[in-house]
Ligand binder design. Structure first.
Ligand SMILES: [Zn+2]
Length: 514
């Protein structure tokens, strides 16, 4: 089965920030999970490079828009590479193939009778690239998001006849499997219920955009062009650009993962555009929340922006991925708190998981010849840790496809906590001093080592690097074609060598604010 997931195509107005990193890390975990479940995954990310805002930003820096886009795009690519993101496609909307696709799509939509010429008047925010609802007589209104003056526009635009799709979109957003999480459905349903209005898809006097073929002086509205980037990405397989090939290239998307601020574009405008072009609509749109820092909105004016490059350099991927995916319910807003970040990473990863593996492996090596002890009765699936492991595998398998990363991570952590409990209850270090206890001590150590093996395997999509180190310490490795079988209890082989342990997770020490 093919499984297509996308991040938003990030607007290259500015360098990557923590928000885009967060979305991309979450998508990476999902992509890795689906691959391990043997889906044929296409993980799409990329950048949206047109529009007046980019044109103006480039002008301010005395760069051509293309040079500006090249610079920012390559920073995205580099950063995703440093984070170990496993994307299959990185699309740029300045790629000539994208222009070809937009032309084909436009022709289809036009042939459906969905393009009309109209007049667009109203207050416009260039930073939002969006018309606002302020009344015409408003005196110097400003954008509530950007706190910048709105610009009055009165121009001829091409419109997409969204109003024709009222009932189809109503039906779509009424479905319970289309918009996730459930908490975001109502606002979209309310918006649709107010009545859909045609929306403008072209601009005049914006030169940094794709030209509308039959209307000189018009360029496509950046949103119209950007959404189509998902299709360009899927067709980027070396074969010609053709909408007819999409069905065999992974369309429709299984899920578009986006920030909640662009839900309307993805759950309303975009499906209608697809319908008009005779394409299936995406299967799901997931709108996640925003991150604040220590309870405050991050912003340049507050000087509290958390730079993802700095975070990566100081803390590493495992720590950041764990904190973001384990502490914040994906979908809800989240707050980055440095002390909590440090505490969770040290408690969960360094102590609960890392120390557990380290001390168990050391005991096994000491008393069982540097090897995994004989499993004995611990190989049975009714061993308490086996039961817990089986339950945890089930939890993770159910949580991950629903982007419930927190549920999955907490489940894995609980499994490691149970193994720590078992070790403390059975106290092999004191029982080993008594005669005739060797067999049962071996069984207990086997059970704990086997649990850490399953913890390591289950962490593979969430924390691929730490997962690899845990498995290596057990003399194991991930077999990405056989993950589900590897997860079966009892697969650790007794008598196999245990390498000399080293800490799998360094403690985080952050003396100063990041
Ligand atoms: Zn704005």
């Amino acid at each position: 089965m093919s499984y297509t997931l996308t991040t938003p195509l990030y607007y290259v107005n500015d360098r990557p920030h923590l928000g885009s990193t967060y979305t991309t890390l979450a998508c990476d975990a999902l992509a890795r999970f689906e691959r391990l479940c043997l889906q044929e995954v296409t993980f799409v990310t990329g950048v949206d490079e047109h529009g007046q805002k980019i044109q103006r930003t480039a002008e301010r820096q005395q760069l051509s828009p293309q040079d500006h886009c090249d610079r920012v795009s390559s920073r995205y690519r580099e950063l995703w590479n440093q984070w170990g993101i496993s994307e299959d496609r990185f699309v740029r909307t300045t790629n000539p193939r994208h222009l070809e696709l937009v032309m084909q799509f436009y022709e289809r939509v036009k042939a459906s009778g969905d393009i009309v010429v109209g007049k667009q008047t109203g207050w416009y925010c260039v930073d939002c690239e969006e018309y606002k609802d302020d009344p015409a007589e408003a005196e110097s209104p400003s954008c509530s998001i950007h706190r910048k003056p709105l610009e009055w526009r009165d121009e001829e635009n091409l419109f997409f006849r969204l109003s024709r799709y009222q009932s189809a979109i109503e039906e779509l957003v009424a479905r319970d499997d289309f918009i996730a999480p459930a908490s975001r459905r109502q606002e979209v349903r309310n918006f649709v219920a107010q009545g859909l209005r045609d929306f403008s898809i072209s601009r005049v006097n914006v030169s940094w955009g794709l030209p509308v073929p039959d209307h000189p002086g018009h360029t496509f509205y950046v949103w119209f062009d950007a959404l189509l980037g998902y299709l360009t990405a899927l067709l980027d397989d070396g074969n010609p650009v053709s909408l007819d090939r999409l069905a065999s290239c992974g369309w429709p998307a299984s899920v578009h993962v986006i920030g909640k601020d662009i839900l309307r574009f993805h759950a309303v405008f975009w499906p209608a555009m697809c319908m008009s072009a005779g394409l299936p609509v995406p299967q799901k749109v997931f709108g996640h929340g925003f991150l604040t820092r220590e309870g405050q909105k991050m912003g340049k004016s507050l000087g509290n922006v958390l730079d993802p490059e700095l975070l990566l350099e100081r803390c590493g991927t495992d720590a950041v991925r764990w904190y973001l995916l384990r502490d914040i319910q994906f979908g809800d807003d989240g707050d980055f708190q440095q002390q909590r970040f440090v505490d969770l990473v040290n408690n969960d990863l360094a102590n609960t998981i890392g120390n557990l593996l380290n001390r168990t492996s050391s005991m096994a090596r000491k008393w069982f010849d540097d090897c995994v002890p004989p499993a004995g009765s611990a190989a049975a699936t009714d061993h308490p840790l086996a039961c817990k492991a089986i339950e945890t595998v089930k939890t993770v398998m159910e949580a991950m496809p629903n982007l419930a990363f927190k549920t999955a991570a907490e489940g894995i952590l609980q499994l490691a906590i149970a193994a720590n409990g078992h070790l403390n209850d059975t106290a092999p270090w004191s029982r080993m001093k008594e005669p005739g206890q060797e067999v049962s001590v071996g069984e207990d150590l086997f059970a704990v080592l086997e649990t850490t093996r399953i913890v390591g395997l289950l962490l593979a999509p969430l924390l691929p690097d730490l997962s690899q180190r845990i498995l290596a310490q057990l003399g194991q490795s991930l077999d990405s074609d056989d993950w589900s079988n590897q997860l079966i209890w009892g697969r650790l082989s007794s008598g196999s060598a245990l390498p000399k342990p080293t800490p799998v997770m360094q403690r985080l020490e952050l003396d100063e604010p990041l």
